[in-house]
Structures are given as C-alpha cells and as structure tokens.
Design a protein around this ligand. Structure first.
Ligand code: PEP
Length: 233
C-alpha cells in the first residue's frame, strides 16, 4: 500500500485545514483508496474531529513530555490531541533552525520509545550530490536511528528538489532509494516537487513506497489526484 503524505508547512489556517480535512476524509471514504494517507498541518490546526480515513501528524515536537521549552510542543500535548504521527528532521528545520542530526536522533529515540509513527526526513544538498557523497551523507543522517523500528518511514527529500518545481530525475530517485534500502531502511517515500503530473511515474519506481508532498498538497484537488495516482501499486 502506498504511503501518501501532505506537508502544509506554515500554510493554511485552522479553519481552512478543517474544511480541507473534511473534504479529504470524504474523498477517501467514497473512493475506498488502498493508500495510507497522512496530513501534516501547522501546529495551530492540530486539534480536530476524528477523521477515520487518514492520519494527522505533527511537523515537529520536542523530545519531552512537557516542561520549560518555550515555543515547543511535547508528548503530553500530542497525546491530548491523539496525534500519533510525527515528522522529524525536515530540511527546512535543519537548514533554517539549525536542527542537527543529534537532535533528530534524540527526537527519534524519545518518540519511538513512546510508539509514535515517525517520518524521518533525510536528503542531501546539491553540493553533496555533485561531490558524489550521497551515500555517505545519508548514512550519517541515519546513524543512531534504529532502522528496524516498525513505525518508521524514511522520507528521502533532496534539498535541491524541495519547493523548486524540479523534482529529482526518476533515475536519481530510484538509485537513492536503493541506497537507503541497502542501508537498512524498510519504508522509503520520496519528497521534492511531487505533483499530479509526475506522481504516478515516481510511485511506480522500485524502492519507492510513497510520496511526501509539500506545495502540491495545499490544494485538495491536486492532493487527491496524487492519491489516485498511487493506487496502482
Ligand atoms: C516538502 O517540503 O516536504 C516537500 C516535499 O515540498 P515540495 O513538494 O513543495 O517540494
């Protein structure tokens, strides 16, 4: 079953997310898609009615139950909202907010210990790719992560393909997913300028277990088209 996730980043409000989520739930219920669908709205939109056909995840959390961590959200707050899915290490957090591999490892350890579904984002810069150091770089990002954790989904998101409108080529995606599988990752989704036009080809590649979609998930119609494209596997 394909894994298809939408990452709103800091887009949509609580009220627009709610109407989107209702529409998405209805779409999935009516069409009975055999896909595992996740939505990562902004923090302010995390509390919902219960949507039974997809899962809501948090884009970030701090590895504590609670305490003096201004501006952060911890396990107690996620539990109250029945959020069981967490994204860790998105490149925007790594690049803009200085989130290191060590912090990502701590987050992974803590939230895996508490049984959460974890999307761990990894991916190289253009410099690393041009220097042909992709395998070494990804291995470093994955060091200290228990890859046998059953609720782990690794999201391969080359930084140079995120939000640029230029996705990695099919060959680059297939080769890099093969590297990640070889390093021990069992479920690997691709992210980086996925849209309704390229989603089907990307999801049909060997070693691609789904997609993580940013910009093209913001409109419900386009996200639903991507979900339809994931049906064939
Ligand atoms: C992302 O930020 O996770 C992402 C994949 O963005 P986009 O689809 O817009 O490239």
């Amino acid at each position: 079953m394909m894994i298809i996730a939408g990452n709103f980043k800091t887009n949509h409000t609580r009220s627009s997310t709610l109407s989107y989520a209702k529409g998405l739930n209805q779409f999935l219920r009516d069409r009975q898609f055999g896909a595992e669908v996740y939505l990562f709205p902004p923090m302010s939109a995390l509390a919902y009615d219960d949507f039974s056909h997809f899962s809501i995840g948090a884009q970030n959390a701090y590895p504590v139950c609670g305490g003096a961590y201004t501006g952060e959200i911890g396990l107690d707050q996620l539990n109250e909202l029945q959020i069981k899915t967490l994204m860790i290490g998105h490149s925007e957090r790594r690049v803009l907010l200085g989130e290191s591999d060590q912090i990502c490892q701590r987050k992974f350890e803590f939230f895996a210990h508490h049984g959460m579904n974890i999307f761990l984002c990894v991916g190289e810069s253009l410099e690393v790719r041009q220097a042909q150091k992709v395998r070494e770089f990804l291995a470093l990002q994955l060091s200290g992560i228990d890859l046998s954790y059953a609720r782990l989904i690794v999201a391969y998101e080359p930084i140079w393909a995120i939000g640029t409108g230029v996705s990695a080529s099919l060959i680059e995606i297939q080769e890099t997913h093969a590297i990640l599988k070889d390093l021990g990752c069992s479920r690997v989704v691709y992210g980086g300028s996925v849209n309704p036009q390229n989603a089907r080809e990307i999801m049909s590649l060997d070693g691609v277990d789904g997609v993580l979609v940013g910009g093209a998930s913001l409109r419900l119609e386009s996200f639903c088209e991507i979900i339809e494209n994931g049906e064939m596997k």
